[in-house]
Design a protein around this ligand. Structure first.
Ligand SMILES: [Cu+2]
Length: 157
């Protein structure tokens, strides 16, 4: 079955590459498998609009965080912090709270896989990173008091 599918796939790829100009074929491949673009919104009600994000191992993740609110960073700052599987969120949030000088991301934190800068209302930022090893990760906003409402699951398949 698997062999048949691969043969079929190879055949259809061949047809596609014959029929499609090679440049657009390549960019199609990039969007569908090598690269995934994610947009996550946050707001003045202290919420993300996504609670689960799924990517594939080795994919280049291009993640844009948008702050759709109006409140300034000092009052309603939001970031997106990806944490290693099994991180205790309450413990990490406590540590993050003390890292005010580093926008609430502890400088030496093995729990942090990757993070964005801290945004105020109306701002947005984009980060690009390689999807880590397969597993179930957590993401939070590490601004003091936000993680309880602003958290979600990041799955790498
Ligand atoms: Cu926040």
């Amino acid at each position: 079955m698997t062999l048949l599918l691969s043969v079929l796939f190879a055949f259809s790829s061949l047809i596609t590459s014959v029929l499609t100009p090679s440049l657009s074929f390549m960019s199609e491949m990039e969007n569908s498998s090598d690269k995934i673009e994610i947009v996550i919104e946050s707001n003045d009600q202290m919420r993300f609009n996504l609670s689960e994000i799924t990517v594939k191992q080795g994919q280049t993740v291009v993640l844009t965080l948008k702050h759709m609110g109006k409140l300034p960073k000092a009052a309603m700052g939001h970031n997106w912090v990806l944490l290693q599987p099994d991180t205790d969120l309450a413990t990490f949030a406590m540590k993050a709270m003390k890292a005010r000088d580093n926008e609430y991301v502890p400088a030496e934190a093995p729990e942090v896989v990757v993070n964005t800068i801290l945004l105020g209302g109306g701002e947005e930022t984009t980060i690009e990173f390689e999807a880590p090893a397969p597993g179930t990760y957590s993401f939070i906003c590490s601004f003091p008091g936000h993680y309880a409402l602003m958290q979600g699951t990041f799955i790498v398949e």
